[in-house]
Design a binder for this molecule. Structure first.
Ligand SMILES: [Ca+2]
Length: 274
């Protein structure tokens, strides 16, 4: 009899701590698991893009890496290690992402910035479906002007930029899907393209039309915003587009397109954070 009681007591003693361990103080509760998508968007978009003025974008690929979320306590610290350094090669016109989305495990809490870097991709690392022209580049865009003259943008960027909380810091907690969205209709300066009369196709790269390249580079960074993927479908839906939580532009009007005429780059802006 005594022996049985002892066994029961032993069993209870073994079970109790394991029950407590899974219910209370679970470290999982204090972490944020973030899946980050990258997407192109316009107010209304589908496949190849025809923008309002008749400009067409047929191809748009981008390579990003060196992602880093900065918490409010480390907001000004430029020396923090990157969270994800592997390059992500993205077809910005694809309906569904075809890459492995970067995953982040961060302490739950308030964050003020997401750092993003452009990266170049080697020919042997090009994913299926990527155009061969993307090899050695960080961005490749192909399209045509309204009058049919084709243009091609070949950028070998290695810059970094950051997206700062819009109006306030943003919270990371639990399992979350976020999307870095590039507003494609803010990329091309049509008036500049229209001014070119003796080239077909018009090639914009660091060697050809470098002044257009400079302005294009600033536009890409300025067009980037961070969104919540509220319904976790890995796509930026209409209701999500209007609610950017972080942006690279020095403005406090989330999701507003084309209002910032500042042509400087955004490397050092702080989006009005105190
Ligand atoms: Ca969505």
């Amino acid at each position: 009899m005594k022996r049985i009681t002892l066994h029961i007591l032993l069993l209870v003693a073994l079970l109790v701590p394991s029950c407590v361990g899974t219910d209370v103080g679970n470290p999982q509760d204090e972490q944020a698991n973030v899946e980050l998508e990258v997407a192109g968007y316009t107010e209304t978009r589908s496949g190849a893009l025809t923008l309002e003025d008749g400009l067409r974008i047929d191809t748009a690929w981008i390579v990003l890496s060196q992602f880093r979320f900065r918490s409010v306590d480390d907001c000004e610290d430029e020396t923090l290690p990157y969270d994800v350094t592997d390059p992500v090669v993205v077809d910005l016109l694809a309906d569904q992402p075809t890459y492995d989305a970067p995953l982040f495990t961060k302490p739950a809490g308030d964050y003020c910035k997401l750092d993003v870097g452009f990266s170049q991709v080697d020919a042997d690392a090009l994913p299926a479906g990527a155009p061969g022209e993307l090899a050695g580049l960080s961005l490749f865009v192909e399209g045509a002007r309204a009058d049919g003259v084709e243009f091609r943008i070949e950028a070998d960027l290695d810059d970094k930029f950051h997206l700062s909380g819009v109006l306030e810091d943003f919270e990371l907690v639990g399992d979350q899907h976020l999307i870095v969205g590039f507003a494609l209709d803010e990329w091309i300066n049509e008036s500049q393209l229209d001014n070119v009369s003796d080239q077909d196709p018009i090639v914009i790269s660091s060697e050809e039309n470098p002044e257009m390249m400079g302005s294009f580079k600033a536009s890409i960074k300025r067009s980037a915003r961070l969104f919540r993927d509220e319904n976790n479908n890995r796509r930026l839906d209409a209701n999500e587009k209007g609610q950017a939580i972080a942006s690279s532009a020095q403005q406090n009007n989330p999701g507003t397109n084309g209002q910032n005429q500042n042509n400087g780059n955004n490397q050092s802006d702080d989006a009005g954070q105190p």
